[in-house]
Design a protein around this ligand. Sequence first.
Ligand code: NAP
Length: 325
Amino acid sequence: MTEAIRVHEVGGPEQLKHESVRVPEPGPGEVRLRHTHIGVNYIDIYFRTGLYPAGNLPFTPGLEGAGEVVATGEGVRTLKPGQRVAYAGGPLGAYAAERIMPADRVVPLPEGIRNEQAAGMMLKGMTAHMLLERVHPVQPGEQVLIHAAAGGVGLMLCQWAKHLGATVIGTVGSPEKAELAKAHGCDHPVLYRDEDVVNRVKELTGGEGVAVAYDSVGADTLLASLACLARRGMLVSFGQSSGKPPAIEVGQLAAGGSLFLTRPSLFDYIATPEALQSAAEALFAVVSRGALDVRIGQSLPLADAAAAHRALASRQSTGSTILTV
Ligand SMILES: NC(=O)c1ccc[n+]([C@@H]2O[C@H](COP(=O)([O-])OP(=O)(O)OC[C@H]3O[C@@H](n4cnc5c(N)ncnc54)[C@H](OP(=O)(O)O)[C@@H]3O)[C@@H](O)[C@H]2O)c1
Protein backbone atom coordinates (compact mmCIF):
# COMPACT_ATOMS: atom_id res chain seq x y z
CA MET A 1 0.00 0.00 0.00
CA THR A 2 1.09 3.57 -0.58
CA GLU A 3 -0.18 6.98 0.49
CA ALA A 4 -2.08 8.95 -2.16
CA ILE A 5 -4.49 11.84 -2.56
CA ARG A 6 -7.81 10.84 -4.09
CA VAL A 7 -10.80 12.81 -5.36
CA HIS A 8 -14.11 10.94 -4.96
CA GLU A 9 -16.25 13.93 -5.93
CA VAL A 10 -15.15 16.99 -7.90
CA GLY A 11 -15.30 20.28 -6.00
CA GLY A 12 -13.25 22.39 -3.60
CA PRO A 13 -9.84 21.65 -2.04
CA GLU A 14 -11.58 19.66 0.74
CA GLN A 15 -12.22 16.95 -1.88
CA LEU A 16 -8.48 16.07 -1.84
CA LYS A 17 -8.57 13.04 0.51
CA HIS A 18 -5.39 11.53 1.93
CA GLU A 19 -5.76 7.73 1.66
CA SER A 20 -3.93 4.46 1.41
CA VAL A 21 -4.02 2.74 -2.00
CA ARG A 22 -2.57 -0.36 -3.61
CA VAL A 23 -0.04 0.14 -6.43
CA PRO A 24 0.12 -2.74 -8.94
CA GLU A 25 3.28 -4.20 -10.44
CA PRO A 26 4.31 -2.45 -13.67
CA GLY A 27 2.90 -4.00 -16.87
CA PRO A 28 4.73 -4.23 -20.22
CA GLY A 29 6.36 -0.89 -21.10
CA GLU A 30 5.66 0.55 -17.63
CA VAL A 31 7.71 1.49 -14.60
CA ARG A 32 6.84 1.81 -10.95
CA LEU A 33 8.16 5.06 -9.47
CA ARG A 34 8.74 6.16 -5.88
CA HIS A 35 8.36 9.93 -5.67
CA THR A 36 10.45 12.15 -3.45
CA HIS A 37 8.78 15.34 -4.74
CA ILE A 38 5.58 16.11 -6.66
CA GLY A 39 4.82 19.24 -8.67
CA VAL A 40 1.59 21.18 -8.11
CA ASN A 41 0.15 23.00 -11.13
CA TYR A 42 -2.87 25.11 -11.88
CA ILE A 43 -4.16 22.37 -14.18
CA ASP A 44 -4.56 20.16 -11.07
CA ILE A 45 -7.19 22.64 -9.89
CA TYR A 46 -9.03 22.38 -13.24
CA PHE A 47 -9.22 18.57 -12.76
CA ARG A 48 -10.20 18.83 -9.09
CA THR A 49 -13.08 21.21 -9.85
CA GLY A 50 -14.27 19.19 -12.86
CA LEU A 51 -13.48 21.94 -15.41
CA TYR A 52 -11.31 19.30 -17.11
CA PRO A 53 -12.85 15.80 -16.94
CA ALA A 54 -10.63 13.29 -15.14
CA GLY A 55 -12.58 10.20 -16.27
CA ASN A 56 -13.56 7.68 -13.63
CA LEU A 57 -13.95 8.60 -9.96
CA PRO A 58 -12.13 8.34 -7.65
CA PHE A 59 -8.96 9.63 -9.27
CA THR A 60 -5.54 10.71 -8.04
CA PRO A 61 -4.60 14.15 -9.44
CA GLY A 62 -1.17 15.36 -10.49
CA LEU A 63 0.87 15.47 -13.68
CA GLU A 64 4.43 16.12 -12.47
CA GLY A 65 6.86 14.31 -10.22
CA ALA A 66 10.43 13.27 -9.51
CA GLY A 67 11.91 10.29 -7.73
CA GLU A 68 13.37 6.93 -8.60
CA VAL A 69 12.43 3.82 -10.54
CA VAL A 70 11.66 0.92 -8.17
CA ALA A 71 10.57 -1.70 -10.72
CA THR A 72 10.38 -2.07 -14.49
CA GLY A 73 7.87 -4.01 -16.58
CA GLU A 74 8.52 -6.32 -19.48
CA GLY A 75 10.32 -4.77 -22.43
CA VAL A 76 11.57 -1.66 -20.61
CA ARG A 77 15.20 -1.18 -21.62
CA THR A 78 15.76 2.56 -21.22
CA LEU A 79 15.26 2.72 -17.43
CA LYS A 80 16.40 0.56 -14.51
CA PRO A 81 15.62 0.30 -10.79
CA GLY A 82 17.44 2.90 -8.72
CA GLN A 83 17.57 5.43 -11.57
CA ARG A 84 16.56 9.03 -10.77
CA VAL A 85 13.80 10.24 -13.08
CA ALA A 86 11.15 12.92 -13.54
CA TYR A 87 8.13 13.55 -15.75
CA ALA A 88 5.42 16.00 -16.71
CA GLY A 89 2.20 14.85 -18.32
CA GLY A 90 -0.39 12.12 -18.18
CA PRO A 91 -1.74 9.84 -17.06
CA LEU A 92 -3.02 11.59 -13.92
CA GLY A 93 -1.79 10.19 -10.61
CA ALA A 94 1.26 12.13 -9.39
CA TYR A 95 -0.18 12.94 -5.94
CA ALA A 96 1.01 9.60 -4.50
CA ALA A 97 4.14 8.21 -2.85
CA GLU A 98 4.36 5.51 -5.54
CA ARG A 99 2.74 5.14 -8.96
CA ILE A 100 2.89 3.43 -12.36
CA MET A 101 4.00 5.41 -15.43
CA PRO A 102 4.59 4.49 -19.09
CA ALA A 103 8.40 4.23 -19.38
CA ASP A 104 8.52 6.39 -22.50
CA ARG A 105 6.89 9.34 -20.66
CA VAL A 106 9.64 9.43 -18.03
CA VAL A 107 13.00 11.20 -18.41
CA PRO A 108 16.25 10.27 -16.62
CA LEU A 109 17.58 13.15 -14.52
CA PRO A 110 21.10 14.42 -15.18
CA GLU A 111 23.47 14.61 -12.18
CA GLY A 112 23.25 18.39 -11.85
CA ILE A 113 19.46 18.47 -11.50
CA ARG A 114 18.06 17.73 -8.01
CA ASN A 115 14.72 15.92 -7.58
CA GLU A 116 13.21 18.93 -5.84
CA GLN A 117 14.14 21.21 -8.75
CA ALA A 118 12.80 18.69 -11.26
CA ALA A 119 9.42 18.45 -9.52
CA GLY A 120 9.25 22.24 -9.48
CA MET A 121 10.11 22.71 -13.12
CA MET A 122 9.31 19.83 -15.49
CA LEU A 123 5.80 20.95 -16.43
CA LYS A 124 6.28 24.69 -15.99
CA GLY A 125 9.75 24.74 -17.58
CA MET A 126 8.79 22.67 -20.62
CA THR A 127 5.79 25.00 -20.98
CA ALA A 128 8.18 27.98 -20.98
CA HIS A 129 10.29 26.21 -23.61
CA MET A 130 7.20 25.55 -25.75
CA LEU A 131 6.02 29.16 -25.49
CA LEU A 132 9.33 30.94 -26.01
CA GLU A 133 11.08 28.60 -28.43
CA ARG A 134 8.31 26.82 -30.34
CA VAL A 135 5.02 28.79 -30.31
CA HIS A 136 6.66 32.18 -30.83
CA PRO A 137 10.47 31.91 -30.99
CA VAL A 138 11.53 35.03 -29.10
CA GLN A 139 14.17 37.15 -30.85
CA PRO A 140 16.82 39.30 -29.15
CA GLY A 141 15.51 42.84 -28.72
CA GLU A 142 11.83 41.85 -28.84
CA GLN A 143 9.39 43.23 -26.27
CA VAL A 144 7.22 40.59 -24.65
CA LEU A 145 4.29 40.69 -22.20
CA ILE A 146 3.95 38.00 -19.52
CA HIS A 147 0.96 37.81 -17.17
CA ALA A 148 1.22 36.33 -13.63
CA ALA A 149 4.93 37.10 -13.92
CA ALA A 150 5.71 36.01 -10.34
CA GLY A 151 3.85 32.69 -10.66
CA GLY A 152 5.26 29.24 -11.36
CA VAL A 153 5.29 29.43 -15.15
CA GLY A 154 5.66 33.23 -14.96
CA LEU A 155 9.02 33.32 -13.17
CA MET A 156 10.40 30.79 -15.64
CA LEU A 157 9.09 32.73 -18.64
CA CYS A 158 10.63 35.97 -17.35
CA GLN A 159 14.07 34.42 -16.85
CA TRP A 160 14.09 32.44 -20.09
CA ALA A 161 12.79 35.36 -22.21
CA LYS A 162 15.46 37.61 -20.69
CA HIS A 163 18.09 34.96 -21.44
CA LEU A 164 16.93 35.02 -25.09
CA GLY A 165 17.53 38.78 -25.17
CA ALA A 166 13.95 40.06 -24.86
CA THR A 167 12.73 43.08 -22.91
CA VAL A 168 10.21 41.65 -20.46
CA ILE A 169 7.06 43.42 -19.28
CA GLY A 170 5.20 41.40 -16.63
CA THR A 171 1.92 41.89 -14.78
CA VAL A 172 1.78 41.15 -11.05
CA GLY A 173 -0.78 41.40 -8.27
CA SER A 174 1.35 42.97 -5.49
CA PRO A 175 4.52 45.02 -4.89
CA GLU A 176 6.18 41.91 -3.35
CA LYS A 177 5.46 39.96 -6.52
CA ALA A 178 6.84 42.89 -8.56
CA GLU A 179 10.15 42.67 -6.64
CA LEU A 180 10.30 38.92 -7.15
CA ALA A 181 9.58 39.15 -10.89
CA LYS A 182 12.20 41.87 -11.22
CA ALA A 183 14.80 39.67 -9.53
CA HIS A 184 13.96 36.97 -12.10
CA GLY A 185 14.39 38.88 -15.35
CA CYS A 186 11.26 41.02 -15.57
CA ASP A 187 12.44 44.46 -16.72
CA HIS A 188 9.12 46.22 -16.13
CA PRO A 189 6.72 44.74 -13.58
CA VAL A 190 3.26 46.30 -13.99
CA LEU A 191 0.97 46.36 -10.94
CA TYR A 192 -2.34 45.70 -12.67
CA ARG A 193 -4.35 46.71 -9.58
CA ASP A 194 -2.89 50.24 -9.70
CA GLU A 195 -2.08 50.81 -13.37
CA ASP A 196 -3.92 50.39 -16.67
CA VAL A 197 -2.00 47.57 -18.33
CA VAL A 198 -2.68 48.58 -21.95
CA ASN A 199 -1.63 52.23 -21.38
CA ARG A 200 1.48 51.19 -19.47
CA VAL A 201 2.53 48.68 -22.14
CA LYS A 202 2.03 51.28 -24.88
CA GLU A 203 4.07 53.78 -22.86
CA LEU A 204 6.90 51.29 -22.26
CA THR A 205 7.04 50.31 -25.94
CA GLY A 206 6.94 53.86 -27.35
CA GLY A 207 3.36 53.38 -28.55
CA GLU A 208 4.25 50.31 -30.61
CA GLY A 209 3.03 47.42 -28.44
CA VAL A 210 4.65 44.03 -27.79
CA ALA A 211 5.61 41.36 -30.32
CA VAL A 212 3.99 38.65 -28.21
CA ALA A 213 1.70 38.44 -25.18
CA TYR A 214 1.75 35.23 -23.12
CA ASP A 215 -1.61 35.10 -21.33
CA SER A 216 -2.35 32.44 -18.71
CA VAL A 217 -4.95 34.46 -16.81
CA GLY A 218 -7.74 34.38 -19.41
CA ALA A 219 -11.07 36.03 -18.47
CA ASP A 220 -9.62 39.13 -16.81
CA THR A 221 -6.76 39.80 -19.23
CA LEU A 222 -7.22 38.37 -22.73
CA LEU A 223 -8.77 41.42 -24.40
CA ALA A 224 -6.19 43.72 -22.81
CA SER A 225 -3.47 41.38 -24.08
CA LEU A 226 -4.88 41.70 -27.59
CA ALA A 227 -4.81 45.50 -27.27
CA CYS A 228 -1.16 45.40 -26.16
CA LEU A 229 0.11 43.81 -29.38
CA ALA A 230 2.24 45.47 -32.02
CA ARG A 231 1.31 45.11 -35.70
CA ARG A 232 1.49 41.41 -36.66
CA GLY A 233 1.89 40.51 -32.98
CA MET A 234 1.05 37.13 -31.50
CA LEU A 235 -1.45 36.50 -28.70
CA VAL A 236 -0.75 33.23 -26.91
CA SER A 237 -3.64 32.20 -24.67
CA PHE A 238 -2.37 29.28 -22.60
CA GLY A 239 -4.42 29.23 -19.41
CA GLN A 240 -7.42 30.55 -17.52
CA SER A 241 -6.49 31.18 -13.90
CA SER A 242 -9.22 33.86 -13.68
CA GLY A 243 -11.83 31.98 -15.73
CA LYS A 244 -12.82 31.20 -19.31
CA PRO A 245 -11.18 33.57 -21.82
CA PRO A 246 -13.63 35.68 -23.85
CA ALA A 247 -14.32 34.80 -27.49
CA ILE A 248 -12.33 36.74 -30.09
CA GLU A 249 -13.77 37.40 -33.55
CA VAL A 250 -11.54 36.87 -36.59
CA GLY A 251 -12.21 40.50 -37.53
CA GLN A 252 -10.60 41.68 -34.28
CA LEU A 253 -7.31 40.17 -35.46
CA ALA A 254 -7.47 42.23 -38.65
CA ALA A 255 -8.48 45.40 -36.81
CA GLY A 256 -5.59 45.02 -34.36
CA GLY A 257 -3.03 44.93 -37.18
CA SER A 258 -2.91 41.43 -38.79
CA LEU A 259 -2.56 39.71 -35.42
CA PHE A 260 -2.05 36.01 -34.66
CA LEU A 261 -3.89 34.03 -31.98
CA THR A 262 -3.02 30.56 -30.71
CA ARG A 263 -4.06 28.36 -27.78
CA PRO A 264 -1.25 25.83 -27.22
CA SER A 265 -1.21 22.88 -24.84
CA LEU A 266 2.13 21.49 -23.66
CA PHE A 267 0.89 17.94 -24.16
CA ASP A 268 0.62 18.48 -27.93
CA TYR A 269 4.19 19.76 -28.00
CA ILE A 270 5.64 16.78 -26.08
CA ALA A 271 3.35 14.12 -27.58
CA THR A 272 6.13 11.85 -28.87
CA PRO A 273 9.00 10.45 -26.75
CA GLU A 274 11.44 12.34 -29.02
CA ALA A 275 9.64 15.68 -28.51
CA LEU A 276 9.50 15.05 -24.75
CA GLN A 277 13.21 14.22 -24.58
CA SER A 278 14.15 17.26 -26.65
CA ALA A 279 12.05 19.65 -24.51
CA ALA A 280 13.48 18.15 -21.30
CA GLU A 281 17.04 18.48 -22.60
CA ALA A 282 16.46 22.14 -23.55
CA LEU A 283 15.16 22.76 -20.02
CA PHE A 284 18.03 20.91 -18.31
CA ALA A 285 20.48 22.93 -20.45
CA VAL A 286 19.18 26.37 -19.38
CA VAL A 287 19.08 25.29 -15.73
CA SER A 288 22.59 23.78 -15.86
CA ARG A 289 23.89 26.96 -17.52
CA GLY A 290 22.54 28.97 -14.57
CA ALA A 291 20.11 30.92 -16.80
CA LEU A 292 17.02 29.53 -15.06
CA ASP A 293 16.64 29.40 -11.29
CA VAL A 294 13.79 27.16 -10.16
CA ARG A 295 12.26 29.05 -7.26
CA ILE A 296 10.31 26.77 -4.96
CA GLY A 297 7.93 29.19 -3.24
CA GLN A 298 5.93 26.57 -1.32
CA SER A 299 6.87 23.06 -0.18
CA LEU A 300 4.30 21.02 1.76
CA PRO A 301 3.85 17.36 2.73
CA LEU A 302 1.72 15.29 0.32
CA ALA A 303 -1.02 15.06 2.99
CA ASP A 304 -1.39 18.88 2.79
CA ALA A 305 -2.25 18.98 -0.92
CA ALA A 306 -5.46 20.88 -0.12
CA ALA A 307 -3.46 23.73 1.46
CA ALA A 308 -1.27 23.86 -1.65
CA HIS A 309 -4.36 24.18 -3.86
CA ARG A 310 -5.82 26.90 -1.64
CA ALA A 311 -2.62 28.95 -1.84
CA LEU A 312 -2.39 28.62 -5.63
CA ALA A 313 -6.05 29.46 -6.29
CA SER A 314 -6.09 32.46 -3.93
CA ARG A 315 -2.99 34.12 -5.48
CA GLN A 316 -0.96 33.58 -2.27
CA SER A 317 1.74 31.52 -3.97
CA THR A 318 4.83 32.62 -5.86
CA GLY A 319 7.13 30.50 -8.03
CA SER A 320 6.68 26.73 -7.95
CA THR A 321 4.71 24.69 -5.43
CA ILE A 322 5.80 21.15 -4.58
CA LEU A 323 4.62 18.33 -2.31
CA THR A 324 7.13 16.17 -0.47
CA VAL A 325 6.83 12.48 0.32
N1 NAP B 1 -1.27 25.48 -21.94
C1 NAP B 1 -0.40 24.78 -21.27
O1 NAP B 1 0.16 23.81 -21.77
C2 NAP B 1 -0.08 25.16 -19.85
C3 NAP B 1 0.97 24.53 -19.18
C4 NAP B 1 1.27 24.93 -17.86
C5 NAP B 1 0.53 25.94 -17.26
N2 NAP B 1 -0.51 26.50 -17.94
C6 NAP B 1 -1.32 27.59 -17.35
O2 NAP B 1 -0.45 28.58 -16.86
C7 NAP B 1 -1.04 29.23 -15.75
C8 NAP B 1 -0.04 29.33 -14.64
O3 NAP B 1 0.09 28.11 -13.98
P1 NAP B 1 0.94 28.01 -12.63
O4 NAP B 1 0.76 26.63 -12.14
O5 NAP B 1 2.31 28.53 -12.87
O6 NAP B 1 0.13 29.01 -11.67
P2 NAP B 1 0.57 30.45 -11.14
O7 NAP B 1 0.77 31.37 -12.31
O8 NAP B 1 1.69 30.29 -10.19
O9 NAP B 1 -0.68 30.90 -10.29
C9 NAP B 1 -1.71 31.64 -10.81
C10 NAP B 1 -1.44 33.16 -10.74
O10 NAP B 1 -2.31 33.78 -11.69
C11 NAP B 1 -2.63 35.07 -11.24
N3 NAP B 1 -4.08 35.28 -11.26
C12 NAP B 1 -4.71 36.29 -11.86
N4 NAP B 1 -6.02 36.21 -11.68
C13 NAP B 1 -6.26 35.14 -10.92
C14 NAP B 1 -7.44 34.57 -10.37
N5 NAP B 1 -8.66 35.11 -10.58
N6 NAP B 1 -7.33 33.45 -9.62
C15 NAP B 1 -6.12 32.90 -9.39
N7 NAP B 1 -4.96 33.40 -9.89
C16 NAP B 1 -5.03 34.52 -10.64
C17 NAP B 1 -2.08 35.22 -9.81
O11 NAP B 1 -0.93 36.06 -9.88
P3 NAP B 1 -1.06 37.64 -9.52
O12 NAP B 1 -1.34 37.71 -8.04
O13 NAP B 1 0.24 38.22 -9.90
O14 NAP B 1 -2.21 38.13 -10.33
C18 NAP B 1 -1.72 33.80 -9.42
O15 NAP B 1 -0.64 33.76 -8.51
C19 NAP B 1 -2.35 28.48 -15.44
O16 NAP B 1 -3.42 29.19 -16.04
C20 NAP B 1 -2.14 27.16 -16.15
O17 NAP B 1 -3.34 26.55 -16.53
C21 NAP B 1 -0.82 26.12 -19.22
